[in-house]
Design a protein around this ligand. Sequence first.
Ligand SMILES: Nc1ncnc2c1ncn2[C@@H]1O[C@H](COP(=O)(O)OP(=O)(O)O)[C@@H](O)[C@H]1O
Ligand SMILES: [Mg+2]
Length: 229
Amino acid sequence: MNDISQLLENFRPPAFPGSLFLSFEGIEGAGKSTQIVRVKEYLESKDFRVLVLREPGGTSFGEKLRQAILGSKNPIHPVSEMHLFASSRAQLLTEVTMKELNTPGTVVIYDRYIDSSIAYQGKGRGLGTETILKTHQTFPLTLMPHKTFYLKIDPELSYRRQKIRNAPKDYFEKQGLEFYQKLVEGYEEALAYFPNRIAAIDGSQGEMEVFEQIKGQLDQILFRESKEY
Ligand SMILES: Nc1ncnc2c1ncn2[C@@H]1O[C@H](COP(=O)(O)OP(=O)(O)O)[C@@H](O)[C@H]1O
Ligand SMILES: [Mg+2]
């Protein structure tokens, strides 16, 4: 634990006054895309400029990595997988995120970020949380969102929602229920390490209920006196 608390000390949100960095987490079907649309609309109504980003991708380098990972027919080694995501993350942070946040009144929303690495590569692929935290010790990978919304659902609900959605399965979605259970455990671990940053919200509630809870957390950040988020 001592080792881990030292690793945790290096993480901090980007220091751009008046701008916010947010992320959404949760297994497939948790409601991330649904809630991001609502949050974007809400923040725009408060005159923020909102950008939604998704890893890997968002840069030409990242798009190539995206094809390499999601379109892969052969198994990718967990260590390769971890570094692929870290590479695209570093590139997206410097090429896009930090530049955009430099304009006050900007909100950058990531659809998945470091907690997905902890859940998928750390727990799902068994590398362990410590390994993930260690690969994120160098700037810009030390940048953490001001707030992360973890939409928590169980694997059975994920399956039911994916069935309704009827989307073609990608590399990760071909895994079984057991893998999904590991992801949920990984997210719980992330929550234990970052209790202030991550807000866990019951994603099995109705869309409006989930949004109200996210909005409540957001308002606390937006309407506090200091604009030095
Ligand atoms: N709170 C909710 N209750 C019921 N269905 C939901 C809820 N949130 C999202 N859905 C539906 O579940 C499916 C997955 O939602 P989505 O937002 O795409 O999840 P994610 O982006 O986390 O994979 C979609 O068909 C969506 O309409
Ligand atoms: Mg989605």
